[in-house]
Design a protein around this ligand. Structure first.
Ligand code: AMP
Length: 513
C-alpha cells in the first residue's frame, strides 16, 4: 500500500534536512578546518557518485578503515546514498582479522585512511578478495578527494526501511567476529533516541571520542546531524587532545568507554571545564569511583548499556530529578546502574529458568532484548543468529538483576561468574571494590583454576601513574568493603590485555600470572 503516510525512514535523511535548515552553519571541525552542512551534503552526494562511478551497485559492501575523520563521517551518508552497505572496520585489528572481515563481507571497495595504508595493504595481501583500495585523509589521501572532485551528485532512495544499512563486525571477546546487520529503520530510531537522551540540539558541539567503527559510533554520526550540531573530529582520544579540544571548541558532549574516561581522569587539566559536559559512557562497567572522579571534572555522566547487536546503547541510566538532592556517593551508586530501555527500545527482560526474574535487585538472569534497535541478524550466519535467539528475543550473554524501581544492573557476562568454594562471585563487585582504592587506575577480576576451591578470585591491577600499593594492602582494602570470601587471593600488577575496542580480554587473564 502506497500513501503519503508511508515513506521508508533512513538516518541519511537527517543530512538532507540539516543542509536545508542549517546549510550555512558549521557541521564539521577537523584539524582547524571547518565544513558547513551545505558542504557536507554536497560532498556526501558526490561520495555516492564516486562509488557508483567505481562500479558499486545497490547492496554491495563498501568497507572503511579509518580513525574518526571527515571521510569516515561522510561514509555514513555517502555509502548508503550509493545504495551500498557500509562496513566500518576496527583500526586496531591485525591484518589477518581485517582480511577475514573484508572477505566475509565481500567488500567491493576498501576506503583507507592514509595513515593506515600499510595495514590495509598487509590485510589485502592475506585476503582472498580484491576490493578496490582508495586512500583518503592526510597528504597521501588525494585519491579520495580527486574522486569526489569529479563525481556527479547521487542520492539513491531507500525502497525498504528494513534493508541493510551497515554491517558491523563484533569485537570478538569470544570467538570469530560476526557481522551484525543494521537496518535503515533501526539506525533512524536509535539516532533519534540518542539525540533525545543526551539532549543534542543545534548549539551542541559533539567531540568524537567514540570510534565510529564501533556500532557506527553508537549512531551518533546520524544523531548529531539530525540535531544540526557540530561534529568535532579528533583522530585519537588521548587526554591532551581531548582537553585541548574541550578548551578550544567549547565541547558540550562526548561519549566514551570507561577506559577512555579513566585516562582523562588520570591526566586532568589544570582547570576543570567551566561548563558541565554531557558525557555518555558504556561498553564496560564504569566503577562508582570513576563516576565520582569524573563528577569532579565537571563531567555530567550518564551510563548506557548495549551491544553491537543493539546499535549501541539500548539501555540508559535515565536520571530522575529527585535524585539530584542525594549525596555524591549515593548518586554514584545509582549512576553505576545500566538503567532502562531507551525511548525507542522495547522493555528489556532479565530471564532465568524460563521466566522473568523478580524486581528484587538480587535474582540474576540473562539480559534479553528485542525490538527496532536490535539487529536484523548476523550477516551470512543464520546458525549464529539462531544461537543468539530465545523465543524471538536476542540473548545478550550478559547477566543482570532488576532493582525494585525497574532499573537494570549488570552483574557479569555469563562466563565471568567465578565459582569459588561453591559460592558465586560476580567479578564486577570485586572490581568496584578494588577500583575504590586511590592508587588503582583499573582492574580486572577473574577466576583461576584451583584444586581446593574450584576457582579462586584473582585480580589484575594497573596502578595510576606514580602510585603504589602492595598486594596485602589491596586485599585488606577489599575485605573491608565486601564479603571476605569475595576478596582476591592473589593480586598481580600489570597492564591489562584489551580488545581493539578497549574491552578487557578476561579469557587471556585466566591463564596468566
Ligand atoms: P560490543 O558488542 O563490543 O559493544 O560489546 C557489548 C558488551 O559490552 C555487552 O555484552 C556487555 O558485556 C558490555 N557492556 C556494554 N555496556 C556496558 C555497561 N554499561 N556496563 C557493563 N558492560 C557493558
Amino acid at each position: 500500500m502506497i500513501g503519503f503516510g508511508r515513506v521508508p525512514v533512513t538516518p541519511t535523511a537527517f543530512l538532507q534536512r540539516a543542509a536545508t535548515v542549517h546549510g550555512d552553519r558549521t557541521a564539521v571541525m577537523e584539524a582547524g578546518k571547518s565544513l558547513t552542512y551545505a558542504d557536507m551534503f554536497d560532498r556526501c552526494r558526490r561520495f555516492a557518485g564516486a562509488l557508483v562511478g567505481l562500479g558499486v551497485k545497490p547492496g554491495d559492501r563498501v568497507s572503511v578503515l579509518a580513525p574518526n575523520s571527515g571521510a569516515m563521517l561522510e561514509a555514513h551518508f555517502g555509502v548508503p546514498w550509493a545504495g551500498a552497505i557500509l562496513n566500518t572496520i576496527n583500526t586496531r585489528l591485525s591484518p589477518q582479522e581485517i582480511a577475514y572481515i573484508v572477505d566475509h563481507a565481500g567488500s567491493k571497495v576498501l576506503l583507507v585512511d592514509a595513515e593506515l595504508a600499510t595495514l590495509a595493504k598487509e590485510a589485502l595481501a592475506c585476503a582472498a578478495g580484491r576490493p578496490q583500495l582508495i586512500l583518503c585523509g592526510g597528504p597521501a589521501g588525494e585519491s579520495f578527494e580527486d574522486l569526489l572532485e569529479n563525481a556527479p551528485p547521487v542520492q539513491l532512495p531507500v525502497e525498504d526501511e528494513y534493508s541493510v544499512l551497515s554491517i558491523n563486525y563484533t569485537s570478538g571477546t569470544t570467538g570469530r567476529p560476526k557481522g551484525v546487520k543494521y537496518s535503515h529503520r533501526g539506525a533512524f530510531l536509535q539516532a533519534l533516541a540518542m539525540m533525545n537522551h543526551v539532549r543534542l540540539d543545534a548549539s551542541s558541539r559533539y567531540l568524537w571520542t567514540v570510534p565510529m567503527f564501533h556500532c557506527n559510533g553508537w549512531c551518533f554520526p546520524w544523531a548529531v546531524t539530525a540535531a544540526g550540531g557540530q561534529h568535532i573530529l579528533v583522530r585519537r582520544p588521548d587526554p591532551a587532545t581531548v582537553w585541548n579540544a574541550i578548551a578550544e571548541h567549547g565541547v558540550t558532549h562526548l561519549s566514551g568507554a570507561p577506559t577512555v574516561l579513566m585516562r582523562l581522569a588520570a591526566e586532568p587539566p589544570s582547570v576543570a571545564p567551566a561548563l558541565p559536559i554531557s558525557v555518555t559512557t558504556g561498553g564496560a562497567p564504569p566503577s562508582p569511583t570513576l563516576l565520582a572522579r569524573l563528577g569532579a571534572l565537571n563531567f555530567d555522566v550518564m551510563q548506557v548499556y548495549g551491544l553491537t547487536e543493539t546499535y549501541g546503547p539500548a539501555a540508559i541510566c535515565d536520571w530522575r530529578p529527585e535524585w539530584n538532592s542525594l549525596d555524591a556517593e549515593a548518586k554514584a551508586v545509582l549512576k553505576a546502574r545500566q538503567g532502562v530501555g531507551n525511548v525507542v527500545s522495547e522493555p528489556i527482560r532479565v530471564w532465568a529458568d524460563g521466566r522473568e526474574v523478580p524486581h528484587d535487585g538480587k535474582t540474576v538472569g540473562e539480559i534479553q532484548l528485542r525490538g527496532n534497535n536490535v539487529m536484523l541478524g548476523y550477516y551470512k550466519d543464520d546458525e549464529a543468529t539462531l544461537a543468539a535467539t530465545c523465543d524471538g528475543w536476542f540473548r545478550s550473554g550478559d547477566l543482570g538483576v532488576i532493582h525494585p524501581d525497574g532499573y537494570l544492573e549488570l552483574r557479569d557476562r555469563s562466563k565471568d561468574v567465578i565459582i569459588s568454594g561453591g559460592e558465586n562471585i560476580t567479578s564486577v563487585e570485586v572490581e568496584q571494590a578494588i577500583d575504590a582504592h586511590p592508587a588503582v587506575l583499573e582492574s580486572a577480576v577473574v577466576g583461576q583454576p584451583d584444586d581446593e576451591w574450584g576457582e579462586i578470585v584473582t585480580a589484575f591491577v594497573t596502578l595510576a601513574p606514580g602510585q603504589s600499593v602492595t598486594e596485602a594492602e589491596l586485599i585488606e582494602h577489599v575485605r573491608a568493603r565486601i564479603a571476605r570470601f569475595k576478596a582476591p587471593r592473589r593480586v598481580y600488577f600489570r597492564e591489562l590485555p584489551k580488545t581493539a575496542t578497549g574491552k578487557i580480554q578476561k579469557f587471556r587473564l585466566r591463564n596468566l600470572d
